[in-house]
Design a protein around this ligand. Structure first.
Ligand SMILES: Cc1ncc(COP(=O)(O)O)c(C=O)c1O
Length: 391
């Protein structure tokens, strides 16, 4: 029987009868697995016996999480990593060879940008950045040696939106995969595979974990691709997730829909208020009706999620002074937690991006990124307001 998303986040792929009737998935805290005899060991290594071998190659708690995230993203298979960047790097290395080209969205998480620069220096893998505003623009930017299209949407931290259906349609003409970093939406709000994209990854540190207590990454896609990554760039580079962290993610997933509803509602309310404050220059939020990307956001996202970007009057000094005046909103770099979290991308998450690229991505010195937490929206707004009123 097909279940709805809200049921699958809690039940998919788990049968308590297989685990001594334990309601909660057990944590298989083991590094290795015993073989009944030498012949069984040989068969496991030959892939003729399904049993586990060693926890870098697979673990029952982690496997359960991988099956669940694949189901939630409507993908064939999933793989869990020790960080979002482990998932990003394993994917990019698996899909490229020296001298290839990657086409990226104009705006990426700072460390993803840093990794692409490293790949440029070491392996001459070139990357270009695009707003992907139309099919024609995209067709012109795809080269003979383009091996993949890499998209963040909403883009971190400017909240620009890329039309995933359109990108997937054009990529199919050229037979190249589209990889989507779905961190800012979570599968509850946006499912890129349903829109024709091929591979989806997450910094599960954010909404999927949801409680600010794990660093983790997730990857989903076709069975063939996921097995290839599992047996190459994950097995041999080794960025695997621990069973305990997998368990925390399974726990976080159970409340993902209700958390995302609340994050989104809080963000919508705070955006309405921010737009009216005289010290605010601009506000960027996918589900703001004045946002030029609003129609595309509505088409592919269920709600706008919890992250807002806004520019305050003045420059870096004014932005930092504002941040220093906040009371319970935490000054920290992450997002998707119960706590509201705020940061200054130009000097924090995107400090590694050279100024010229940073400005072309819309990351000015007065831009601030805030992740609306699960607190009462009135309290979040009051804290922001007292900081703005003193400017
Ligand atoms: C959009 C996005 N992708 C990837 C990452 C990297 O994830 P992690 O910090 O879990 O390695 C981040 C981290 O902030 C992010 O915001």
């Amino acid at each position: 029987m097909t279940k709805r998303f809200e049921t699958d986040v809690i039940h998919h792929g788990y049968d308590s009868k297989e685990h001594f009737d334990s309601l909660s998935t057990p944590i298989y805290q083991t590094s290795t697995y015993t073989f009944a005899n030498a012949e069984q060991g040989e068969k496991r290594f030959a892939g003729e016996d399904d049993g586990f071998i060693y926890s870098r190659l697979g673990n029952p708690t982690v496997r359960h999480l991988e099956e669940r995230i694949a189901n939630l993203e409507n993908a064939e298979a999933g793989l869990a990593f020790s960080s979002g960047m482990a998932a990003v790097s394993a994917t990019l290395i698996a899909l490229t060879k020296a001298n290839d080209h990657i086409l990226c969205s104009q705006g990426l998480y700072g460390c993803t940008f840093g990794l692409l620069e490293l790949m440029r220096e070491k392996y001459n893998i070139q990357s270009d950045y695009s707003l992907m505003e139309s099919e024609d623009v995209l067709r012109k930017q795809i080269k003979d040696d383009t091996s993949l299209i890499y998209v963040e949407t909403p883009i971190n931290p400017t909240m620009k939106i890329i039309d995933l259906e359109m990108v997937a349609r054009v990529a199919k003409e050229f037979n190249i995969p589209v990889v989507v970093d779905n961190t800012f939406s979570s599968p509850y709000l946006q499912r890129p595979i349903d829109l024709g994209c091929d591979i989806v990854l997450h910094s599960a540190t954010k909404y999927i974990g949801g409680h600010g207590d794990i660093v983790a990454g997730l990857l989903v896609g076709k069975e063939d691709f996921i097995s290839e990554v599992a047996m190459t760039t994950q097995k041999d580079i080794g960025g695997i997730l621990s069973p305990f962290d997998a368990w925390l993610l399974l726990r976080g997933l159970k409340t993902l829909p209700i958390r995302m509803d609340r994050h989104s509602l809080n963000a919508e309310k705070v955006v309405e208020q921010l737009k009216q404050h005289p010290k605010i220059k601009s506000v960027h939020y996918p589900f703001d009706k004045n946002n030029p990307d609003y129609e595309v956001a509505k088409k592919q996202m269920k709600l706008g999620a919890g992250v807002i970007a806004f520019e305050v009057e003045g420059g870096k000094e004014e932005a930092q002074a504002f941040l220093n005046r906040l009371s319970f909103i935490k000054l920290a770099v992450s997002l998707g937690d119960a706590e509201s979290i705020i940061q200054h991308p130009a000097t924090m998450t995107h400090a590694v991006v050279p100024e010229e690229n940073r400005l072309s991505m819309g990351i000015t010195d007065s831009l601030i990124r805030m992740s609306c937490g699960l607190e009462a929206w009135e309290d979040i707004w009051n804290d922001l307001k007292q900081g703005l009123d003193q400017m």
